[in-house]
Design a protein. Sequence first.
Length: 143
Amino acid sequence: MQYIYNANLEPDPDGGFLVTFPDVPSAISHGEDRADAIASGREALGLALRGLINDEQALPQPAARGAHMAGIAVDPGTALKLAVIEAFLASGISKSELARRLGKNETEARRILDPDHPTKLSQIEAALAAMGREIVVSIRDAA
């Protein structure tokens, strides 16, 4: 999954730009200029998606990008956390089973699955591998 969502960047009558995400209505932000708006939008998007996961809601699928929209990706750390949590939910295994597959105790597995707990890349990579997934890195031009 690519965690890139379409954003509307509209001039704000009070100055700067307003950023909204049609697929993630709770992600709303503002920036003084386009670059600041995109950076603020990225942060708002990450917070909103982590909030959905915390509330045990499915993440929305990004819709096709319109001509007037900008594709904004969440930060890499958030994308990896979301990916491991989505893989876990799709796997149908328990946290105890994930811990067993990782050779760790259940508390450590719970931390890996906590969207607000920082997790090392090696642990996320191991958790994804334990569920038959792998990380593939892609680089693109900035929005």
